[in-house]
Design a protein around this ligand. Sequence first.
Ligand code: AHR
Length: 512
Amino acid sequence: IKAQVRFDRDFIIGETDKRLFGAFIEHLGRCVYGGIFEPGHPTADGKGFRRDVLELVRELNPTIMRYPGGNFVSGYNWEDGVGPIEQRPRRLDLAWKSVDTNHFGTNEFMDWCRAADIEPMLAVNLGTRGPDEARHLLEYCNHPSGTHLSDLRRKHGWETPHDIKFWCLGNEMDGGWQMGAKTAEEYGRIATETAKMMRMTDPTIELAACGSSGRKMATYGEWERIVLEHTFDHVEFISLHTYLNNYADDTPSFLASPDLMDSFIDEVVAIADAVAARRRSRKRIMLSFDEWNVWYRTRRGEHNRVKEGWPVAPPILEEEYNMQDALAFGGACISLLNHADRVKAGCLAQLVNAIAPIMTETGGPAWRQTIFWPFSDFSNLGRGRVLRTNVDTPTYSTRYYDPTHTEDLYDKIDPVPYLKFSAVHSEADKTVTLFILNRHLSDDMQIDIAATGFGNLGLQRAHTLHHEELKASNTKNNPDKIAPRTLQGVEALSSRTTVTVPPASWNVVRFN
Ligand code: AHR
């Protein structure tokens, strides 16, 4: 099939924010214990951080890391995770029906972020706790010295303040599964009071209020409106969460599903701007898409989410991603890029083992899942100005099965362009990078590209992620089965260029 794309150097959607390329570490399954942190592992450093995982994280290149949850944070006492390790309490984690040893806590997380050169994003517990504990955690982390809590941090061995800038006011507070779930009014009030007290403690922080935990929530829309009516003057961000699924084993619908993220973003922007308009305010609330991924195999059914008997670090949510998951995932990356004007933070959920791009064996090796590849392209090559593109492509229509906890629901997605596309121009690197998802399952796609304002640019790299078997995945014994290969036949970028990509493929082409 054929498609045409046009773009111009001067027609810009927005500059990608560094924080768009983040990920997420929750106390969940083997994400922390046996994932990033495993004292005794052959590659562990003096702090117990797995160096093999750190190397893969550096290659993946996430820029900001959300911690410690997720559902976990809504029952977390931050005080349990600081101070001498042998004195830390073992606690029941009701979110994942596990026991947490608390051998890893806020200070260890900060050390890990420093080792990985990643900015922290901390979530506070607004489920079982409230503004008082949130301001105390902030004082412990960011206040230099001379108060009980800042001096406690120093006594614990961290002399210099952590200076954590980005804070999430709770997690998925609209969800019935959440410890301490709230109505929009209840949450709007507590988020506002927490934000006020946190900002009084440290005026340099940035705050994100919880949006809906999914576009299918019954309260969606009204939740955002009410929460923002309360919090508008006190926060910079509102959050969005999406997990794409292929429960129906319907590849065309699954590959169309990232387009629903585009709608979700547009709708939340509209609601946030309507709240601004009613106040005659020029302030713009930005979006933090702080949980997104593909997740379905290990999502439904208690047996997939918890193990019997309150284990420590059970192997839960260990989704094995296949080739088509990587394609849907790549589509999500393009949706985020193409909203770079308003989505200023994002977190792939999660980082290691639990619904993650990196898998490990406890005591054994670490390897890349299929979704590792589009994310590393997105993060390593997606920095710059996202350009407005005119995409002319054949389309299809589909019904995507997207159930809620209680109902079987379908979304009609029509039209679905076979080509999902983004173009990013970096002034700093003098590059133009094209992100190309061909959703046609059997045909190559020949894309005629008309680019203005760049003159002639040489080809720097072109690669494709494509495999005949859409259900093939990477495993411990075959970790490189799905990996990018050179995309042949791409020439330099002049005013007219043709790029041909395989069916069902994720492709990245960079000119400079
Ligand atoms: O990422 C897994 C879980 O999904 C998170 O803990 C929660 O916030 C969401 O429902």
